[in-house]
Ligand binder design. Sequence first.
Ligand SMILES: Nc1nc2c(c(=O)[nH]1)N[C@H]1C(S)=C(S)[C@@H](COP(=O)(O)O)O[C@H]1N2
Ligand SMILES: [Mo]
Length: 321
Amino acid sequence: MLIRTPPRHEPTASEITPRRVWQRRRELVRAAAAGIALPGASGLALAQGPKPEPAKLPAKPGPFGTTDKPTPYKDVTTYNNFYEFGLDKDDPVRNAGRLKTRPWTVAVEGEVGKPGTFGIEDLLKLAPMEERVYRMRCVEGWSMVIPWVGFPLAELIKRVEPTGNAKFVEFHTLNDPKQMPGVSSSVLAWPYVEGLRMDEANSPLTLLTFGLYGEVLPNQNGAPIRLVVPWKYGFKSNKSLVKIRFVEKQPITSWNRSAPQEYGFFSNVNPNVDHPRWSQATERRIGEDGFIQRKRPTLMFNGYADQVASLYAGMDLKRFY
Ligand SMILES: Nc1nc2c(c(=O)[nH]1)N[C@H]1C(S)=C(S)[C@@H](COP(=O)(O)O)O[C@H]1N2
Ligand SMILES: [Mo]
């Protein structure tokens, strides 16, 4: 997002010439031949046996599903952005295997009547699991359709009783240099922090997710608990949450801090407001559309205008990008 500078309608360098990727593969193959385990080798399953099947996470069908075809599981779980594990699309699947997702807690703090620390097992039982098939649109110009498993964030919000001063919610991803090789890079200020206005956080579309495709979240997709906000660019949906903080002032988010003129606080999907360095009018659906060209029109609020347009009534969406 920040480091890539793709010209209009062209794929990023990592998509066309993944040289670093094949060089890395070559290193891994050599290392495997020599019986050496390099960090991050697990995703390629070179030396190890078959990986265990992810645990099932049953869910009843929920509302707001799209009829668009879900993106194949393989693409959803191997083409990722998770900068804590590296900048290339296949870094997360190779490096996130080392993330320890148990025990796991999420601290809920700030302007709430009932602050506390929730264990992941309790969060899993907080509300009935629903399957929500959502379109997801990355600010880089590609999109996917993902069958998430989770429940509305509003279920957690009502239990912690926000005070009258709670106007915004901050979401913090884990920041652990021992498990996350990417946080040694200064590409972003860590931890990865995102934020929503209180009404956005309470939207019935906004989810806390624990799984996809009926199984627990793969680490590279944000295990064990991840925010999903489908009408905003993908970077608003942060992964592997450890803290949720209710605040009075609009949070300073990681992407906004690193490039304020490119990534605003709202970051609603909007085909009429271009990124300063490329158009947002079209997108490329991973696993379906051609590799190079973006042909599919991007929809206002990513197609969720019926549910969310009223949240922004009277707002100049060019100014509040
Ligand atoms: N903690 C964290 N969350 C993150 C990111 C990240 O780098 N770190 N990348 C974001 C971006 S840019 C996108 S497009 C989505 C990608 O989610 P996916 O890999 O599950 O498709 O995750 C978002 N959440
Ligand atoms: Mo993204």
